[in-house]
Design a binder for this molecule. Structure first.
Ligand code: SF4
Ligand code: SF4
Length: 425
């Protein structure tokens, strides 16, 4: 793990602001791991904020909800931040933001809910992992084997991003209530709330609010990639997730803090997941911010909300600078897994020419999973997918550290990602 320049000072002290409603929302039906949702509305239908617009019967999938009220303009292929193009429900706002009538639950009603009822509410609300993986949360609330330990991931180790940090500072009580709901589903004995030591306000907030003796606030050194599931488990529990296995195979479940907050909102407020906090930042913006953004809002609307531009953005990244994905258009919309939009200047985003590998071993020494990125890279370039697999390409968490430390500027992650894709075909 390495210490990166944080650049969090741009937004860390900026409380969450509500982003303006988009005039049009482009709501993708594929925003999660698993099968895309099937639209349950049609062109010209009127919809309310929070209304379900996409459903799926598949075992691994998630519901999709409208993030604004208005009229369905079309359902068609549209720019997608990860997939290139994918089916989206395009909704024109009526400017009213009329919400579907869903009554908040009383404390008494919540106390009576059993694990299965909580899972169903989470499924109905379309909640997926908001730390980036977008795995449907109701499935993680129903693990196939007993769970010993629940880890709440508040590490947020990527530079620039502060959306989880602001959530932890501003919604501490609600996150604790959300953790209690998860515990009722998975019955873990131990709970760790993992926060890096560069977030003292969040640590203080949790220390002041946590009353349950089962909960331990685990302060971690701020290193990258501290927030990866496998790194958290290793650093907190000194346990390793075996190759090809998942955390629940060793009795552990990890949830991101933003996911926990969404669970709280779904159960207590009866609110589907149609908005999230996004850090909009970078040296090109005069007013970088943490914004509460409706899903489906185009990037350009967020840039306008944080403008004016002080430099021309050379590269726009969705997510953090290490694991995020460069975007080709400002018309691309926010999806559930979007935690940040970073506008980088030409100087910051310069792409250096690749050189031959000098066998320095820096990529091997720094890989948090213990892989040999230089070998997988070589195998991938020779299209020897079997060799790449034999060297553990599928275990790569795509943290980007090997590329970051490589003095020869090798495009290691890209080559490894390709090897992973080819093996899954
Ligand atoms: S090989 Fe994968 S896990 Fe290892 S440093 Fe590179 S991107 Fe990270
Ligand atoms: S860090 Fe770069 S130059 Fe060094 S061994 Fe790895 S790929 Fe080769």
């Amino acid at each position: 793990m390495v210490k990166l320049e944080e650049r969090k000072e741009l937004t860390k002290d900026r409380p969450v602001e509500i982003a303006p409603l988009p005039r049009q929302a482009y709501i993708h039906l594929a925003q999660h791991t698993g099968k895309s949702a099937t639209p349950c509305v049609k062109t010209a239908d009127t919809v309310l904020t929070g209304q379900c617009i996409g459903l799926s019967e598949a075992a691994v999938s998630s519901a999709i909800h409208s993030s604004i009220s208005g009229r369905v303009l079309s359902i068609r292929d549209y720019l997608h931040p990860i997939l290139g193009y994918a089916k989206a429900v395009i909704i024109e706002s009526d400017g009213q933001d009329t919400k579907e009538k869903l009554e908040p639950r009383s404390q008494k009603e919540i106390e009576k809910l059993g694990p299965e009822e909580i899972r169903k509410l989470v499924q109905k609300a379309g909640i997926v992992g908001l730390g980036g993986a977008a795995f449907p949360t109701h499935i993680k609330l129903n693990p196939p084997r007993p769970i010993d330990t629940l880890i709440i991931n508040g590490a947020e180790c990527e530079p620039y991003l502060t959306s989880d940090y602001r959530l932890m500072v501003e919604k501490t009580k609600e996150i604790i209530l959300g953790i209690d709901l998860v515990l009722r589903c998975i019955n873990a004995k131990y709970v760790y709330i993992a926060i890096e030591d560069n977030k003292p306000e969040a640590i203080k907030a949790f220390k002041g609010e946590v009353k349950n003796l089962k909960f331990k606030i685990q302060i971690l050194k701020s290193f990258y990639p501290q927030g990866g599931e496998k790194q958290l488990i290793k650093n907190i529990l000194d346990k390793e997730v075996p190759s090809g296995k998942l955390p629940f195979d060793i009795g552990v479940v990890v949830h991101n803090v933003a996911t926990i907050y969404a669970i709280y909102e779904a159960v207590y407020k009866n609110k589907p997941l149609y908005e999230r906090i996004v850090t909009v930042t970078g040296s090109c913006l005069e007013n970088p911010k943490n914004l509460l953004v409706r899903i489906g809002t185009p990037i350009k609307d967020l840039i306008n909300a944080c403008g004016p531009l002080v430099k021309t953005p050379y590269k726009i990244v969705m997510g953090g600078p290490m694991m995020g994905i460069a975007q080709c258009s400002q018309d691309i919309p926010i999806i559930k897994a979007t935690n940040g939009i970073i506008l980088l200047s030409e100087e910051e985003a310069r792409i250096y020419e690749e050189q031959v590998c000098i066998r320095c071993g820096a990529c091997v020494r720094n890989c948090p999973i213990g892989l040999m990125p230089c070998i997988i890279d070589a195998a991938s370039r020779k299209q020897d997918w079997k060799l790449a697999a034999a060297y553990g390409a599928l275990d790569c968490i795509e943290c980007g550290l090997c590329s970051y430390v490589c003095p020869a500027n090798r495009w290691l992650v890209e080559a490894i990602k390709l090897a992973k894709q080819m093996q899954r075909k």
